[in-house]
Design a protein around this ligand. Structure first.
Ligand code: F3S
Length: 391
């Protein structure tokens, strides 16, 4: 891979050991994937934050690094609400290690907004055409597909390397040739809310790491930002889709070619719900990916005046919660909890909940494997009804 004189100097260790190690990671990836050169990135989103996932070895690796990030960089959700971890049932030892992890990132100049939806709280992180180095799969999908930026799905170390160097290797989804649709998905069904998560759950399993192009034929179907967020998140979890298109909704692909055609209808969507019933749920968790302000408003409206009869988590970014204190108050008056910085999948606190009802195709795909918890799928309204004991 070609390196400029300045990049070569970093590679040779002339700017310190940390940058040398980071450049080594970028060059190794570039060589593996056949990148011609590095490209500057506008922002970085770093996974590998929950101590549940990185453990002691990860914490030591991060703590060892020196210097400051070269571009705006933000963290993925941690293993707990950084303020209300006791309420979540997190033990003090885990909390201590999680705080140390956060401090290690803070020392490097990384912004401690632990969220998988950085695009909901900062406009300046990504615009159409920008090169990025983001990690969390739903954020990657949103950046590529809805914003029209360009990012591969980075691992924790490669994202941190990009953050400290300010560049990433130019391959994969940074290049037009890899951004062409591989599948045409025709959906003959009206879709709303969690139907997009159910659709994504289905399609991700079918196309794996392909690039689906959706033609939505439902009369009343025009997905907004939250629906696109849910669709991309679930395809990234049940498959490993990092880029998709919705005809006349998202930015268009660079070119179309031979695409494998898949036709889906109402019956296929309903089968996803039927295969994951709500019977026996012990808790409800919403906010996968993290809730937007509009979603908090919808949840607040549904909960207002009621009392939940089981544990209910609403996960969001701390900034979103802080900007909407009235919504948080209404939700919490019902007995539900608005947890920030974390989620039901990356926090060990969810592991004690035997079966969780969700409205997210991504949580549905991940909870059994990553948290050892069974999951049922329902619409937002059905989830809230279950929490209120109305089902
Ligand atoms: Fe975000 Fe956690 Fe879901 S990181 S996308 S809320 S699994």
């Amino acid at each position: 891979m070609y390196l400029s004189p300045e990049e070569e100097a970093i590679y040779q260790g002339e700017r310190g050991e940390t940058l040398r190690r980071m450049m080594e990671i970028l060059v190794a990836l570039g060589d593996i994937y056949g990148a011609e050169r590095l490209v500057p990135v506008r922002s970085v989103q770093i996974a590998g934050v929950s101590y549940k996932n990185i453990g002691e070895a990860g914490l030591e690796w991060i703590s060892d690094l020196e210097g400051q990030v070269a571009v705006p960089s933000i963290l993925n959700p941690a293993g707990m609400d950084l303020c209300r971890w006791r309420e979540m049932g997190i033990d003090a030892q885990f909390a201590e290690k999680q705080q140390q992890t956060i401090e290690a990132y803070r020392k490097l100049g990384v912004s401690i907004d632990c969220t998988c939806t950085p695009y909901q709280i900062y406009d300046a992180l990504a615009s159409p055409g920008d090169h990025l180095a983001w990690s969390e799969s739903s954020a990657v999908s949103y950046a590529n597909s809805v914003i029209g930026a360009r990012t591969n799905r980075e691992g924790g170390p490669s994202a941190l390397a990009a953050a400290l160097v300010g560049k990433t290797a130019l391959y994969g989804y940074h290049l037009d040739e890899n951004r062409r649709p591989t599948h045409l998905i025709e959906v003959d069904s009206d879709l709303r809310g969690s139907d997009y998560g159910a659709l994504g759950y289905l399609v991700g399993g079918m196309v794996k790491d392909g690039v689906p192009f959706f033609r939505l034929r439902g009369l009343h179907t025009r997905p907004g930002r939250d629906e696109l967020k849910a669709l991309g998140a679930s395809m990234a979890a049940s498959g490993s889709v990092a880029l998709y298109y919705v005809e006349n909704v998202t930015p268009a692909p660079p070119a179309r070619g031979a695409e494998e055609k898949i036709s889906l209808g109402q019956k296929d969507i309903q089968e996803v719900y039927a295969a994951h019933p709500a019977e026996g749920v012990k808790a409800v968790a919403l906010g996968c990916p993290h809730c937007s302000a509009a979603e908090l408003a919808r949840i607040a409206r549904l909960l207002e005046g009621g009392k939940v009869v089981m544990e209910m988590w609403v996960c969001t970014a701390r900034k979103t919660a802080e900007q909407n204190p009235h919504l948080v108050r209404i939700i919490e008056e019902s007995g539900a909890r608005v947890y920030c910085d974390t989620c039901m999948v990356v926090s060990p606190a969810a592991e004690r909940l035997e079966k969780i009802m969700v409205n997210s195709g991504k949580a549905l795909a991940y909870l059994p494997g990553l948290a050892g918890v069974k999951a049922g799928l329902g619409s937002l309204e059905e989830c809230v009804d279950a929490a209120l004991g109305r089902r």
